[in-house]
Design a protein around this ligand. Structure first.
Ligand code: KIV
Length: 278
């Protein structure tokens, strides 16, 4: 099985083929996404919220990320694995970014890293790329800056903000990023940025004109029922299925209906008789 590379992803844009990407956080989700022929798996720091139960991505550490990246790498034999660099693992300076990007690839088994920010991280991106590590940029809503932004809201609606977003996108492309996530950006602006860049844009809440789309696995598979972001579409309703299964199991255990002979193992009558006499 041949591994998908950043060259394949670039070629998909050239050919006008849309790029599906999804977050995966462990061995089973990586296997499921790969069986669905999804070429790019993102081990997103969203795992802090959807797997670890934090209320933002800010508490996520390099240790958390590496633990999950390794599990995804064990499950995905074909897809390109992109690992998020967590909050404060690349912002201090380029040396810190290179060290941590290197760990994601060398220890984690990722093939690329993603980091948040535009012009202000372009030099860092350039340095990491120069180490031979592909970098995916991430602009628009950058969740690691939620405290500075003041909430999870659409970015780039006004002229100045939109023009800055375009400058950020161009700076990341010039720095060598192989692709760019556009998060919570008005659809027409995401379309314009996608047309102006030669590298692929991957949208989340950024409309249909991006070169690819990324979704958080738990949102799209319906693993949570209390909150579904506007930009997410539920392609399955796993929470209901899982809850129904767990309730049926608990009921059968309480009633003595599980396990039956079918789920049990036998042994020789003679051994049993011997044991009974002890
Ligand atoms: O962490 C994540 O899941 C992400 C996506 C929302 C793009 O960065």
């Amino acid at each position: 099985m041949q591994r998908i590379t950043v060259r394949d992803i670039a070629e998909m844009k050239t050919k006008g083929e849309k790029i599906p990407m999804v977050t995966t956080y462990d061995y089973p989700t990586a296997r499921l996404a790969e069986a669905a022929d999804i070429p790019v798996l993102l081990v997103g720091d969203s795992l802090g919220m959807v797997v670890l139960g934090y209320d933002s991505t800010i508490p996520v550490t390099m240790a958390d990320m590496l633990h999950h990246v390794k599990a995804v790498a064990r499950g995905a034999k074909k897809a390109l694995i992109v690992a998020d660099l967590p909050f404060m693992s690349y912002q201090v300076d380029a040396a810190q970014a290179m060290t941590n990007a290197g760990r994601m690839v060398q220890e984690g088994g990722a093939h690329a890293v993603k980091l948040e920010g535009g012009e202000c991280v372009a030099e860092t991106v350039r340095r990491v790329v120069a180490c031979g590590i592909p970098v995916m940029g991430h602009i628009g809503l950058t969740p690691q800056s939620v405290n500075a932004i003041g909430g999870y809201r659409v970015q780039g609606r006004g002229l100045q903000e939109a023009a800055q977003l375009l400058r950020d996108a161009r700076a990341l492309q010039a720095a060598g990023a192989f692709a760019l996530v556009l998060e919570l950006v008005p659809a027409p602006l995401a379309g314009l940025v996608s047309r102006k860049l030669s590298i692929p844009t991957i949208g989340i809440g950024a409309g249909p004109e991006c070169d690819g789309q990324v979704q958080v696995l738990h949102d799209m598979l319906g693993l949570y029922t209390d909150f579904v972001p506007k930009h997410a579409k539920q392609y399955a309703h796993l929470a209901q299925d899982a809850q129904a299964g767990l309730s049926a199991y608990a009921k059968e255990v309480r009633e003595g209906a599980f396990p039956t002979e079918k789920e049990s193992f036998s042994m020789g009558e003679a051994v049993l008789r011997e044991l009974e006499s002890l």
